[in-house]
Every structure is written in C-alpha cells, then in structure tokens.
Design a protein around this ligand. Structure first.
Ligand SMILES: NC(=O)c1ccc[n+]([C@@H]2O[C@H](COP(=O)([O-])OP(=O)(O)OC[C@H]3O[C@@H](n4cnc5c(N)ncnc54)[C@H](O)[C@@H]3O)[C@@H](O)[C@H]2O)c1
Length: 435
C-alpha cells in the first residue's frame, strides 16, 4: 500500500506540506526544498505568507536570498488556506503549542489543524507532528480526530512524531544537522517517517513509541530549565555571600567531566523553556503525581526578573536616584542572544516591573525594532551617545554579539550586566555591576 509513497519519497516526488511557517516550519521547509522536495507551506497569518512569497522573513537564522531563490524556483510556495491538502503526500505540523494562563497545555492550534486535516485526509498520507506536545497527545487527541475521516491510522494513513529540537541563533546546529527523533504509531508509520527524514537530515533516530518521542523532547527542555534554575539559584546565594557568580562558574566549569556549562540571566524566555517543563508538570498532576524539581526550577526562573529589579533598586540607591525618577535603558529585548524572538522574554517582564515602579524605560535591540504585546507597545531607540548618556542606568538584558560593549562601558555612567556581556572589558568594575 505505502510502497508508492516510499517510491515518491525516495525519488523526491512526494509533495510536502508544512503547516505553520514560524521559527520551526520555515527552516524545515528550506531543508526539505534543499533535499529536492517541492514544499507547500500553509500559515494562517496572511502577512507572513505574503512576506515569505516575496522571499522575506524576520527569522535571523534564515538568509533571505536563500529563501528568495527557493521561492523563485517554485520549490517553496506559501499559502494561507488548506485547499491543496488532498494533493500532499507528507504533512508536517509545526504550529505553536503553549500554555493557558493556569499553566495547562494549550493545544488549540494543533486541534484546529487536525480538524482541518480530518476533513481532507486521503489514504497513504504521512502526517508528522513536529510541535512539542505532552505525552499521549498524538494517540489521545490527534489520531482520534484524524480517524473521524473514516480512514484508519496505520492502515490507511500514517502518523509520526518528530519533535523539533532547533536552537535559534546557534551557528553550529540547524534543522539540517540536528539529529532527528522519529516515533511512529506502528511499524509502517515509523518506517515511512525514518525514510522521509533520512532524505533531509543525516542522522535519524527512531524511538520505540510516539510517547517516547513526546517525552524525550520534554525532558530535553526540562533538563535545560532545571540546570538554568540551578545557576540562577547559585546567583542568589553568591549575591548574599558577596562573590561574583561568573567567577564561581568559570572555576566550576574548568572540571572536564561531571558538569556542563549553564549560565544565569534575568529569567528564561522563548517558546520552549518557559513552556515545555509545564507539560511534564501537568502530566504528572493529571496522574496524581508531582514534578518537584521541575516545579521548583520554574519558580526560581520566574523569580529572576524580580531579582534583577531589586538589584536595579540597589544600584539606584548607590547613584542617589529614586527609581520613579530614573530613566533606564535596557539593552536587549529578545529572549536570547542573536535572535529577534521576544516571546516570553524576561526583558518584557522586567520592562513591565520597571514601568510599574514609575521608571522611564527605553530599550535598544538591534534585532527587535518594535515590541507589540497586549501590555507593551515600544520602539527600539538607537544606541547613540546621547541616548546612553541620558539614561541614569543601562541594563544589559541580552548579550547580542553586534553590540559594542567596550563603547557602552566607556559611555554609560552605570551598567547592570545580567549576562556577563562585558566580560572582556578592562576595568569594568568601575561602572559595571554584574548579576
Ligand atoms: N522556536 C523554537 O525554537 C522551537 C524549538 C523547538 C520546538 N518548537 C516547537 O515548535 C512548535 C512551533 O513553534 P514556532 O516557534 O515555530 O512557532 P511560531 O509561532 O514561530 O510559528 C508557528 C506558525 O504557525 C502559524 N499557525 C498557527 N495556527 C495555525 C493554523 N491553525 N494553521 C496554519 N498556521 C497556523 C502561526 O501563524 C505561525 O506562523 C511549537 O510547538 C514549539 O514549542 C519551537
């Protein structure tokens, strides 16, 4: 039955559909196109679709020229409707999965896509969920919804989970070279999933079930969350002891085994670390169990913007400024170095806290020209001498590589550096206070 689909995949004749053209979906579309496949990308954001079809994206990990060439060659086409779904052979779902305000999984985008898919499903399609989901989502939510089509999973169509593991801003690892986990509903799905992904990435790792793939992804991000919390907790202790946490970490990370570098900061952001561990937490709760370590890590990480605010208050005292009469320049609004993504960024929360204190907040981020959230509407100020000198205090919230930190340290009167971005600047202790 699926022999024809296998042949089409091997011959690069399989038509690929990617639903959700964001940080995950668009690089995946490019990887598929580079492997020789034709890709239709579906996104319900009409502006994004128009931009992509013009070869434009704000994703800094994507070269607009590369995207433009693939669009012009007809290898990638973006659309905002599902009309072509029936013609697709492999459908990869990369829509957002988040949290409700009570920290429970919010699968509304997956559910809406799956409803759309079930109305157009045909035999011999491979559906692969790339979005991060809690264990059991695919078997308990996705497959039953797809089977309302009267087609049967593993007999008529095939279902895999291949959680995306990308790391935005990472120069060494991208969609094309990160080992790809693939879990399948059964042997047929797994075989097709492995065959498909092997055309795109050099290293495909099968998992023994869908749930193993779902849980592996959640563990990877919980591992990061817990270790970041550990160094954030160390930061609070070092602050009390009066020792520089970065010196402690330099010393500790010189051990060649048994430890891995993780660094403190003003909090965690992005679409993974503040979200995914809560999927495990919620899963445990549903099963009348608990995740004590993950829950504690979340609490510690969420407290960091408050700690930075307190540190800022202390510095305001030293420079004889009342926070409510101060002007603070935040350098960095993205959630991490060298990305334009500011979703869940701790800099957003810090901005809100400082505004609550009556501080006049200005920000500069070379990658984030504007911030539009439900509560913040800001525009990045240029990083000029006049802007820096007008600020009572500069707070470095992200260590983007294209900021001239030497110049910043020479120009600003006082800096709170939450990322050790000024590490290589001589005599910085004169006006730089580290986290
Ligand atoms: N961003 C990362 O670094 C990263 C890394 C690994 C895994 N993930 C996971 O991958 C998934 C996608 O994340 P992302 O960062 O790419 O999100 P994103 O917000 O950047 O992109 C998702 C896209 O899906 C579109 N979309 C939403 N609902 C849709 C629908 N019903 N139909 C069509 N399009 C729809 C949105 O308009 C958006 O363009 C999430 O589950 C996330 O947790 C993200």
């Amino acid at each position: 039955m699926n022999q024809r689909l296998k042949e089409k995949i091997r011959a690069r004749e399989a038509q690929i559909c990617i639903i959700g053209l964001g940080y995950v979906g668009l690089p995946l579309a490019i990887a598929c196109a580079h492997a020789g496949f034709s890709v239709i990308g579906i996104d319900n954001d009409k502006n994004k679709v128009d931009d992509i079809n013009k070869g434009k994206t704000t994703n800094l990990d994507i070269d607009n020229d590369v995207l433009g060439t693939l669009i012009t060659a007809g290898k990638i086409q973006a659309v905002s409707n599902f009309v072509h779904l029936n013609e697709m052979d492999v459908i990869l779902v990369c829509v957002p999965t988040g949290l409700t305000k009570n920290f429970t999984p919010d699968l509304q985008h997956i559910q809406s896509v799956v409803t759309e898919l079930s109305s157009k499903l045909r035999a011999n399609q491979l559906i692969c969920i790339e979005s991060t989901v809690y264990p059991g989502t695919i078997e308990e939510i996705v497959i039953p919804a797809l089977e309302t089509s009267a087609l049967r999973a593993e007999q008529d169509f095939y279902v895999c989970h291949s959680p995306e593991r990308m790391d935005p801003g990472n120069e060494h690892f991208s969609t094309a070279n990160i080992p790809k986990l693939v879990g399948g509903l059964g042997g047929g799905s797994l075989e097709l999933g492995i065959l498909f992904y092997s055309q795109i990435v050099p290293n495909v790792i099968p998992t023994s079930s869908l749930k193993v793939a779902e849980l592996a992804k959640l563990h990877e991000n919980s591992f990061r969350a817990v270790n970041i919390a550990l160094v954030n907790e160390l930061t609070l202790i070092c602050d009390k002891v009066g020792v520089c946490v970065w010196d402690v970490l330099d010393a500790a990370f010189s051990k060649p085994f048994g430890i891995m570098p993780f660094y403190p900061g003003p909090g965690v952001g992005g679409h993974c670390i503040p979200v995914d561990p809560h999927y495990l937490e919620w899963t445990a709760r549903e099963l009348l169990s608990t995740t004590r370590l993950i829950s504690a890590a979340g609490e510690i990480n969420r407290n960091m913007p408050y700690f930075v605010r307190e540190k800022i208050w202390r510095v305001c005292n030293v420079i004889h400024r009342v926070p409510s009469q101060s002007k603070i320049l935040l350098v960095g609004m993205a959630y991490k170095k060298d990305t334009a993504d500011y979703r869940e960024s701790p800099a957003l929360q810090l901005t809100e806290l400082l505004l609550e204190d009556g501080v006049r907040v200005v920000y500069h981020d070379p990658f984030v020209p504007k911030v539009d959230t439900s509560s913040l509407h800001l525009t990045s100020a240029p990083l000029t001498k006049a802007e820096v000198e007008k600020a009572d205090l500069v707070v470095i919230t992200v260590d983007h590589s294209n900021i001239d930190y030497m110049w910043l340290v020479q120009t600003a009167s006082k800096i709170v550096d939450t990322r050790d971005a000024t590490r290589s600047i001589p005599n910085r202790e004169k006006n730089v206070i580290l986290l």
